[in-house]
Design a protein around this ligand. Structure first.
Ligand code: NZQ
Ligand code: ZN
Length: 388
């Protein structure tokens, strides 16, 4: 196990009715807040009303930035930064899914930075200060409510890049599983694929000996396999929504990284796909991840895939490792399909004509793609072709 520092300071309010903690939290931290929302779901389903009641109770003022799109755009971030600077905002509250939270994080970081906020994404400038960010989560997928990252799309160059900073980790997050009841089946399923992909990115690693992280990872995958289908079939099942929501947070809040180094190749590849074609991130992952697994499986990696097959899917140990590994990959693909997710890029109207460009951009943005298996541009094109 490698050395690590464990410090995940986001305060989590989890469960039914936890929105009641919002007024006190806001009152103690801010006088004027920016509330960031998406395309209207939080208003349609009453979540925004709950938030406003708390804001009024706290006797603080607020300004709203609505209309943040899935795969959030840099333009909406610039707009939020302008508002915050002009109005003297001292906290940014995201009410929504990962897209809204990521826009909020980037706005909060941009307010404290003299240059162009895009420098954090493209030019490796370290983000060292941010307004405090808080979240009310409405969709289980990205875990952005407790992690350091934000992913933003720059439309004119079709770049979708991430930055991460400890100063961007939300100060508190409210997770009420009932707020996720209204998420439709498609986005619920995409979210489950995203959660599982986050676990895979950290689980498949060349660093052996981090058994604590690995056994927690397997547990989270089992929770997704048990409760994922229930959330799709019975969207108002509290236990299922609650377990998926908490698994979503733990999958990417750094807990699974402790003592090892993750891979993150599937994410690097998917971000290039959604940068150009604007598909849901989790849908892209459901297509790419099983192909990344197939491409990565070799004599060198088979042990880890077999461990996954036995410990997560309950495949009997008596077969040879390669057979267990292949069966585990098939089970992964079949599970995503059972949630109604596509298995081919062509099913979401993507043709193969820009694969070389996407592979090149992935390498340029990340320097190195993959760690469990290091991928070249040619390898990335091959995985994309397998996904077509
Ligand atoms: O726009 P609204 O009206 O809010 O509707 C959204 C959107 O259409 C809807 N939705 C959200 N909560 C709802 C709801 N509909 C009904 N009821 C609710 N309670 O769901 C749709 C998708 O929302 P979005 O926020 O885009 O989804 P998600 O949470 O999956 O976020 C995806 C974005 O996060 C990035 C992705 O790349 C993508 O840009 N990621 C962020 C990460 C991070 N910050 O750590 C890591 C991830 O790997 C990922 O890359
Ligand atoms: Zn993801």
């Amino acid at each position: 196990m490698q050395n690590f520092t464990y410090h995940i300071p986001t305060k989590i309010y989890f469960g039914k009715g936890q929105i009641s903690a919002l007024s006190q939290e806001l009152k103690s931290r801010a006088k004027k807040i920016l509330i960031v929302t998406g395309g209207g779901s939080v208003k349609k389903y009453g979540i925004f009303d709950d938030v406003l009641k708390e804001v009024k109770k706290a006797k603080i003022s607020y300004i709203e930035l609505s209309g943040v799109k899935p795969n959030p755009r840099l333009k909406s971030v610039y707009k939020g930064i302008d508002i915050c600077k002009k109005e003297g905002v001292d906290l940014v509250l995201a009410v929504g899914g990962g897209s809204v939270i990521d826009a909020a994080k980037t706005i909060a970081a941009g307010v404290k930075y003299k240059g162009d906020v895009w420098d954090f994404f493209e030019n490796d400038v370290a983000c060292t200060a941010s307004l405090p960010v808080a979240t009310v989560v409405t969709l289980a997928a990205t875990g952005s409510e407790m992690d350091t990252f934000a992913v933003i799309t720059r439309e004119d160059t079709q770049q979708k890049l991430a930055f991460g900073s400890e100063t961007s980790r939300p100060v508190f997050s409210i997770l009420d599983p009932e707020y996720t009841y209204s998420v439709n089946e498609y986005h619920t399923a995409a979210g489950i694929a995203d959660i599982m992909a986050h676990v895979f990115e950290e689980y498949f690693s060349n660093y052996s000996g981090a058994a604590v992280s690995d056994r927690i990872a397997e547990g989270l995958l089992k929770v997704c396999i048990q409760y994922g289908p229930v959330t799709c079939e019975k969207p108002r099942d509290y236990i299922a929504r609650a377990n998926i929501l908490w698994a979503n947070t733990l999958a990417i809040n750094d807990l699974l990284d402790m003592g090892k180094v993750g891979d993150w190749a599937s994410h690097a590849i998917e971000h290039e796909v959604s940068a150009i074609y604007d598909i849901s991130h989790g849908v892209g992952l459901a297509i790419i991840v099983p192909n990344w697994m197939k491409f990565t499986l070799s004599q060198k990696t088979v042990k880890k895939f077999a461990e996954y097959g036995v410990n997560v899917w309950g495949i009997k140990k008596d077969k040879d490792e390669m057979k267990i590994a292949s069966a585990a990959i098939d089970r992964t693909r079949n599970f995503f399909n059972s949630l109604g997710l596509p298995s081919k890029l062509s099913e979401v109207n993507i043709k193969g004509d820009r694969f070389a460009e996407m592979a090149k951009k992935a390498i340029t943005s990340h320097g190195q793609v993959g760690s469990f298996k290091k991928l070249s541009e040619k390898d990335i094109v091959e995985i994309l072709k397998m996904s077509l």
